[in-house]
Every structure is written in C-alpha cells, then in structure tokens.
Design a binder for this molecule. Structure first.
Ligand SMILES: [Zn+2]
Length: 246
C-alpha cells in the first residue's frame, strides 16, 4: 500500500494536517467491516444517500426497492419530533478533534424531542460494539467545534431495516444485495410473502465518557498497528509534535 492510498482510505486532510477517520479506528472492534466490501451501490448505501438527500431537500429519485425504509424513516421523524436545524450544515457533517487527532462524518446533528445530539444511521442487522465507540467519538468531536450553547447532549443509533413477512407463519425474509435471509416462522411452511415493510430501531447510547475513553484507547492501538505507515505521513499531528520536541 502506498502512503497516498493509505491516507485516502483511512483519513481526511483538515487544516493542512492528516487525521485518521473514526470508522478506521473503530474497524478494530467491528465485525461487519470485514464483510463490507460489497462496492458502493449496495442497499445500505442507497438508503443512506437517499435519506441524506431527502433531509437536504434535494431531488430524490423514486426507488421502489428502498421505499419501505424511507417510509419508516419519515414515520420516525414525526413520532420523535425530529428537527434538523440547518440541514446543509447538520447532515453529513464533518467533525474533528485536533487535540485527540481524529476526524469523522456525522450523519445528522438533530434535535429529538427537544434534545440535541448526534444520530448515526445504520442499515445493519443489529447493534454492534463499534457503534458505541464511533458515536462517542462523533459527539466529542462535534462539541469541540461549536459553542457551549450549541453542544450536543447525547447520541443515538437509528437502525433502519426492511423485510417481508409470511402471511401464514410470520417468517421474515430480508433480501439485500442479492442474498436472502429467512428468520423465524416454520421451515415446513410454503411461505406466502406479503409486501416489504420498513422498520426502525432508535436507541440512545449513554456512558459517553467511558465510550470515548475506549475510543481513544482503540485509536492508540490502531496507531500502533499502522506505525510504519503513519511514520511516513509528514502532516500527521503526532509526527509534527515529535519533530518540535526533538
Ligand atoms: Zn410461512
């Protein structure tokens, strides 16, 4: 791997320094990262980009494949009185913490039932440990960049999924990226699938301090495991500081 490839794959250039991205660090504890090389046009990416466009009030193509997910998202917005104060600034927001030396992109900074926080959108099958570290890092970095009054108080995971249910045995079928997964129900049933339904799971993550601490420890391990490459990055903050000290 060349230094340039490494820099593009794992980080961002911000204010003339190179910072690793949050998801590069949290890939250390993420199970799905290993299996996520499906290319950029997969179902989850489509849901993500379409929702982001909807929130920014950009024109969105009607896509029957993800319609149930979009409806579930809109229902969630209404039910939880979700407000995005400035969609252009608060959707896909780049955040960074120069002192801790990392950067990331927050899906949404939102007010949910009167509380401001960061929302991370997921299209995976369930909760993962990496989400705790990831959102802690996002909330911390977001708060570094705004006034005390604007700071977020919490973080949430919004998981969106869609499935078809069997009219007979209530088995659930999920069809994504060309693979089929059937859960629950009866194996002996000759399933009759109803139309696709979307669902959301909305969860607040507490323990910000502990999770941020764990993220920063994970970052130390990530740096260690990439030490040879990081040494070659002239504008990596730690290299700059070392040169000043020497
Ligand atoms: Zn069935």
């Amino acid at each position: 791997m060349t230094v340039d490839f490494f820099k593009a794959k794992y980080g961002y250039e911000i204010e003339s320094v190179w910072l690793p991205r949050v998801t590069a660090v949290t890939s250390l504890v993420s199970k799905s990262f290993l299996f996520s090389n499906q290319g950029s046009a997969d179902w989850g990416t489509l849901v993500h980009t379409t929702i982001e466009r909807m929130l920014k009030k950009e024109a969105v193509e009607a896509l029957p494949l993800i319609q149930p997910s979009l409806l579930a998202f809109s229902k969630w917005q209404k039910e939880y009185e979700v407000k995005i104060i400035d969609p252009y600034a608060h959707v896909e927001k780049r955040v960074y913490d120069m002192d801790a030396g990392y950067a990331g992109t927050v899906d949404m900074v939102a007010e949910v039932q009167g509380v401001v926080g960061v929302v991370d959108l997921k299209t995976s099958n369930g909760m993962q440990d990496a989400y705790f570290l990831q959102t802690a890092a996002y909330l911390n970095a977001y708060n570094k960049g705004v006034s005390k009054k604007e700071q977020g108080k919490t973080r949430w995971i919004l998981r969106i999924d869609q499935y078809q249910e069997c009219r007979g045995c209530f088995a659930r079928k999920k069809e994504k990226d060309g693979t089929q997964r059937i859960t629950k129900g009866k194996a002996s049933c000759n399933h009759q699938w109803a139309g696709a339904k979307g669902e959301v799971e909305f969860q607040e993550l507490t323990n910000q301090e502990k999770d941020l601490e764990a993220f920063l420890s994970a970052k130390e391990v990530w740096e260690w495991s990439h030490r040879d490459m990081l040494r070659k990055i002239a504008n990596y903050p730690k290299n700059v500081i070392q040169k000043v000290l020497v």
